[in-house]
Design a protein around this ligand. Sequence first.
Ligand code: ASP
Length: 410
Amino acid sequence: MSNKKVSLLWKISIGFVLGIAFGFVAGPMVAENAILGGYVMPFLDAVGKIFLTLLKMLIVPLVFSSIVVGAASVGDPKTLGRIGVKTLVLYLVTTAVAIVIGLALGNIIQPGVGMNISGVTAEPAAAKPLLDVFLDIFPSNPIDSLVKANMLQIIVFALFFGVASLYAGEKGKRIVGAFESVAEVMYSMTHMIMRLAPYGVFSLIAVTASKYGLSILAPFAKVIAAVYLGCVLHALIVYSGLIAVFCKRSPLWYFKGVQEASITAFVTRSSSGTLPITIANVQENLGVSEKISSFVLPLGATINMDGTALYQGVCALFVAQAFGMELGLNAQIGIIVTATLASIGTAGVPGAGLIMLTLVLTGVGLPIEGIGLVAGIDAVLDAIRTCVNVTGDTAVCAAVAASEGEKLSK
Ligand code: ASP
């Protein structure tokens, strides 16, 4: 964990607080003050938009390359047998439970009620029938999916590509190596763009705060509370449960063993960046073998994002409530499906979950402008969701190891 990353988190937090303060003070003056209304606010608006666009620019190459690498990191195709299925099932189940917790809290806490944001968007698009959502994940032309940034289709093709490359021998290895390089380059591009985050966040939240005034503070506090509470509940219930059932150990033993990874994830907001520490903790403190941890953890850092999924559940409801839109049972079931898939497609880098939130929002017909609402506080939410993403990988890893008869450390 480098000082640079810690200080970036601080800068983003400072940008957020200053942006809110600036927006609140400037908001009432925008109408009368020509410089503020004519230059400063449009400038901030542009900076915020550029930041969001740069983030979007990353998504297609980042997701495609990291999923190909993740699928191929299975190694020998045969190991995708028993251990692979167990791992995938546990990853999927824990992720679905996380979204259900997120949706439950979003329904109970109702963070967006009372925001009354309207006029930003037109009529909500009708939500797609669930069957169509399923049918639509299979690409007929993967290049078209890439060009149109159809993330679910990209994920499906990338999974096929990664697994198929394992069967293609030497030539397959070469292309996976190339995608590994692409993924690395995209990670470092993400870091470059995240350097702009303090300014992007300042601008986005300043514009929002000046438009909507003090009334947005309470809903934001509620979103943060809902996501943090959900993450803590998920970790305490689901991960303690996994450890108790599979490993027959106390949650304390487990949380203590992986605390370094959890804290690093919180601070760096990157599952991928935390991966070396995650592997070290699981091997050295929990006693999981290299064979299992080196397969389960890299896969988890790429596809298992419980915190991100939970956050997407809360935020989808938040956006719906803020825009005064109803989300019925069908739409909420749609969220479970799309958020599970979206969290799989989320790269383990800072802010990736926010980009994938667009997928969940559009998937259920919510206005994409909702991203602007969440973006301002995303850094705060990213910290806890990344912490849960990484912690979840370690819990599943320990559970799989125990189920394979491995003796875990005392
Ligand atoms: N930052 C998260 C991670 O690395 C992904 C996200 O933005 O949700 O796990």
